[in-house]
Design a protein around this ligand. Sequence first.
Ligand code: BDP
Length: 370
Amino acid sequence: MKKLLGIFLLLTLILGITGCGSTDRTDSRDSRYQGSVAESRVRDRKKLLAINGDTSVSASDEKTINTDDKVTLRLAEVHAEGYPTTLADKKFAELVNQKTNGKITIEVYSDGKLGDENAVIEGMQNGTIDFARVSVSPMAKTSPNLNALSLPYLYENSEHMWKVLNSDLGQQMLESVSNAQLVGLAWYDGGARNFFANKEIKSLNDIKGLRFRMQNNDLMFGLAKALGGEPKDMPMGDINNAIEQGILDGAENNIPTYESLGHVNYAPYYIFDSHSRIPEILAGSEKTFSNLSSDDQKIIKDCAKQTQEFEIEQWKKREIESKEKVEKQGAKFIELSDTAMEEIKKACEPLYDEFGADYKDIIQQIKDMA
Ligand code: BDP
């Protein structure tokens, strides 16, 4: 009898799932999890499996049954509280909570509490971390096309970069991280990156032989080498110690990070070479997204986009504040001569062939938007 009932339920289920005789065929990824039809099919399947003594209902079936359940998700950030990207992450969390009427809570873990950027990208890929704000540099390890956005001296200025990021091309690049099981949500500003060291740098020649901590990315390593420097790999939090111990001469970053991490006390010479503008990206885990209803996915995407302008404003303010602060703390700002700048720019040119050969078209589109 139990067996007969099982067969009957199995037949009902097959007919239901294949949509035989019905018009509500739901085979797209998003729609699988919506509405009562999909939910009752999951329940049917559970019933059937239980009757046949199989209790192995997958975690994703379990998670998607009640789309009204409250859920808490985690967002990873390497920067400190109060840093522009951290403020934007929190704004994002607040908006999502409001727009889902308290159903989705996003907890922001700042200061790298959930790991360095490479680790959190991996965490998003396997679904243990739901969101992260990271630099495009580490992200380009899984989505190499993003290197086309961070080539040295690519943008004329910040406005040019934002024109690109807000264009269709920028949106395509944001969405391209889906190749790495990620969901691109928004771009944030990360300003211009500059070299700093514990020695004075006035020309390309002064850079030669200096050991710089670079972001863990081939393009960034290539950049240090192209200038005659020696790239070193380490988390940004280890830079000060490494300089103190004499295993590093300096590093490169934007002014807010230079200030926030107290690099001025170890490497006071900060040169305004503006070698790269590397966008920041707010991304989500595709695994997490696949367990949310398409309405919630849309809310998350819209809220993320809304925080972009907020972050840009915070960024502009913080750049000025940080500059004033480090100057008081003893930073020695160096404006390079036109000749020195030309030499540095010229030394970077081969990087376009080395890292941009596959993206010539994208690079041209970016240049055309200047
Ligand atoms: C900062 C970025 C952070 C980077 C860090 C670094 O905001 O995401 O990864 O630089 O150099 O500007 O590691």
